[in-house]
Design a protein around this ligand. Structure first.
Ligand code: ADP
Ligand code: ZN
Length: 729
């Protein structure tokens, strides 16, 4: 599998390092020579860092002064396909190449020999002396230590020193074990019989199979429960038959063991998993096995896109419209778009699956750039839920209450039949605003331009922008009045109070990410609830994704108008997607479901489109609006975010940039700003935004590059370019 290019010992090579200056540096090839793409260790100043042999040196260095590559790491060289993709991605997202390379090298144990490693797991002895620290170690191991942790990792997860772990080893409560060399994953068998597909599904599967083995993108659209997963697993099967590797990307929260079990049922073994909850040992094994061909299929979160696949033949992006595919920190990229880019470098097929595609993907399918497969009906007898609005202008509702009498009636009705109801409110915490009834002061974050959200469960105020928390004060920080602070508006925790008051006999479950210590704990809770452990489920948007609740027959949306009034270009699209998705949770297994949307604007076009079920009409209207406005996907945009400790210099830099905008004007682009960002301060840093709009065909990146070249920024000011911004915060 090694590529032709070989550098003899002593030859000059250019090495790109994620920790280096951003461009490749010249070194002498190591003793014994190396391949193009080899992972190497090189001296950089006083340190040794990892890098990748990127090409021939540019020859402008004095050979006598060159330092040599220290050693070649024992992993397969990075393939041309991945290098090409990273270069193109760096260009497209205007991110330094080294920062993009970091995404592909951020793997534990890259430096280690492939031999055995010592791991720590649950032993049979007693812990001996009982301390809180020891208890935490055992808890971490009990919760997810099956395969064992490295010492440092275990100590860090438990928040203890490694001495504590060693102590537990002595007492026998923890055992040391030699983990064998990274083993290949069990083989998946694509020829095991799949489910009998409906005619719709069979046609979809055939269309996907026909596209295997070549680059091409297919939008797979179908309501929740229509069998999209069944259909794309057939594309995976075809890819495996061709001897190539498949990657299924899921939003992190949808990465459930339920999904892995489904894959196992179809192919007879579990795929590799790549996500933040996997142990370092698991991730190291996966990284190596993917490179060596010892893993046929990976199910992973966003960053799995940068794994060193030996021969990637298929990328599925499930829930392709999900906003969590956009990385909003560091390298700013959209994993859905980058999946298409990577596939184009390796003759791979892409399947974008969604019940409510992004307008971008919908438009690409309309334009014929993507193929499209539609699954029209839900599998089996289950029908789409019946949807209706509850006109809140006509409901009699007490103050500080949010569940209308009509909705209360509907919930009682389900309870009498032993069915589940879900009340959906896309707002975490207890109350979004804490106000002083004496002076009107609203408690804000000290670091951001955001109001603090009361979290009663945590007994703290929390900033949803930067995560800053503080105790709930008893006196007003502005006027010192005592006992006058009052919560305003509902969050899921407050809604839960109202539910307990209204339905005292109901078993109530609140699903909000901050009520659970880990993603794993949350997933377990979701599993129990799906099995029937609650009558009423209260949830934020996390419940809208990828889990089946077979007993659920009613979804009540508390505030369907939330999200309609945002300044966001995509507000309507997001609301539409979320409502459709949440409604799709109701009535999956042969029981008809109903979705009730509480709204003060039942005539709003978005609400009407959600109800009407004429999705194509919604997308056409939304597309037309954007075409007229010349905004994505019919025009291009880029955000410029300046951040720094002081506001004034940021505006000055912004004004200076605006004055020298000739390179932008040359391509007909318009520049807006500088303006304070909607969230003007995050983590104590001020933020100022500029926005660039251009025509679809304009060479935007080149123009921005020319525009920013030669701009000197003070050390404490950062400038980030966000190509195709999703969020305008
Ligand atoms: P989606 O991905 O569109 O939400 P799924 O593939 O998860 O839909 O299908 C929904 C449910 O219906 C799953 O439990 C799935 O196993 C079942 N299902 C779908 N198609 C079939 C089929 N042809 N035969 C048996 N069960 C099916
Ligand atoms: Zn804050």
């Amino acid at each position: 599998m090694a590529e032709a290019s070989w550098f003899d010992q002593g030859a000059r090579v250019a090495v790109l390092s994620p920790e280096g200056v951003g461009k490749p540096l010249d070194y002498l090839a190591p003793e014994g020579g190396c391949f193009l793409g080899a992972f190497v260790e090189v001296p950089l100043g006083p340190r040794r860092v990892v890098g990748v042999v990127w090409g021939r040196g540019d020859g402008r260095f004095d050979a006598a002064k060159l330092r040599a590559v220290a050693r070649v790491l024992d992993v397969p060289p990075m393939r041309a396909e991945l290098r090409g993709f990273l270069i193109r991605m760096a260009d497209y997202t205007m991110t330094p190449l080294a920062a993009v390379l970091r995404l592909a090298t951020r793997t534990p144990g890259l430096f280690d020999p492939p031999g055995a490693r010592r791991v720590y797991r649950l032993g049979h002895g007693s812990p001996g002396r009982e301390t809180e620290a020891r208890a935490r170690v055992l808890e971490v191991l009990r919760e997810h230590g099956g395969a064992g942790f490295y010492l440092g990792e275990l100590a860090q997860l438990a928040g203890v020193t490694s001495q504590v772990v060693k102590g537990l080893v002595k007492s026998g409560a923890v055992e040391e074990a030699e983990q064998p060399r990274d083993l290949p994953y069990p083989r998946l068998d694509p020829d095991l019989p799949g489910k009998d597909l409906s005619p719709d599904q069979a046609a979809g599967a055939a269309a996907l199979r026909a596209g295997a083995g070549a680059f091409g993108v297919t939008l797979l659209k179908g309501v929740t429960g229509s069998g999209k997963t069944e259909v794309y697993l057939e594309a995976v099967a075809e890819c495996l038959r061709q001897g190539r590797q498949a990657l299924v990307l899921l939003p992190e929260i949808a990465l459930t063991s339920e999904f892995l079990t489904r894959v196992e049922a179809r192919f007879g073994a579990r795929p590799g998993e790549w996500h933040s909850g996997a142990t370092q040992g698991e991730r190291r094994r996966l990284w190596r096995m993917v490179a060596e061909g010892g893993c046929q299929m990976v199910v992973g979160a966003r960053s799995a896109l940068f794994l060193p696949f030996r021969d990637l033949g298929l990328i599925v992006v499930d829930e392709e419209h999900d906003t969590s595919y956009k990385q909003e920190e560091g390298a700013l990229y959209n994993a859905r778009d980058m999946a298409v880019l990577r596939a184009s470098f390796g003759a791979a097929q892409v399947v974008l699956a969604s019940a409510t595609p992004s307008l971008e993907s919908w438009a690409n399918a309309e334009a014929g750039k993507y193929a499209r497969v539609d699954l029209k009906s839900r599998f089996g007898a289950s029908e789409l839920p019946e949807m209706a609005t509850i006109d809140m202008r006509e409901e009699r509702i007490e103050s500080a209450h949010w569940i209308s009498p009509s909705l209360v009636g509907a919930v009682l009705d389900r309870m009498s039949r032993g069915e589940q109801s879900m009340l959906f409110l896309n707002r975490r915490g207890y109350a979004p605003v804490t106000i002083c009834r004496a002076c009107g002061h609203q408690i804000g974050c000290d670091h951001c331009d955001a109001r603090m959200v009361e979290h009663r469960f945590l007994k703290r105020l929390v900033c949803h922008q930067c995560g800053e928390t503080k105790p709930i004060p008893t006196t007003c920080p502005s006027c010192n009045a005592e006992g006058k602070l009052a919560p305003v508006g509902p969050g899921v925790e407050r809604l839960a109070e109202e539910v307990t008051e209204r339905f005292p006999q109901a078993r109530v479950a609140v699903l909000s990410s901050d009520l659970f210590g880990s993603a794993r704990a949350l997933k377990e809770a979701i599993g129990e609830i799906a099995a029937g452990a609650a009558d009423i489920i209260i949830g934020t948007q996390i419940v809208a994704k990828g889990h089946n609740f077979p007993k659920l027959t009613l979804v009540g949306v508390i505030d369907a108008d939330l999200g309609l009034q945002g300044s966001d270009l995509r507000a309507a699209e997001r609301t539409f997607q979320l409502m459709r998705q949440v409604a799709g949770r109701a009535g999956r297994a042969e029981r008809p479901g109903q979705a009730l949307l509480q709204s003060y604007q039942p005539d709003h076009p978005v609400i009407r489109a959600i109800l009407g079920g004429d999705e194509e009409a919604f997308w056409r209207a939304e597309a037309e609006g954007r075409r007229v406005a010349g905004v994505p996907p019919y025009g291009r945009m880029a955000g410029i975010i300046l951040s720094g400790p002081d506001l004034q210099p940021l505006f000055e830099i912004g004004a200076e940039l605006a004055r020298r905008d000739a390179p932008l004007r040359r391509i007909g682009a318009q520049l807006f700003g500088p303006a304070p960002a909607p969230i003007a301060r995050v983590r104590g840093r001020h933020r100022v935004r500029m926005l660039i709009k251009a025509e679809k065909a304009a060479p935007l990146q080149a123009a921005i590059g020319a525009w920013l070249r030669g701009m000197r920024l003070p050390n404490n000011v950062r400038l980030a370019v966000d190509i195709d911004p999703q969020s305008f915060l």
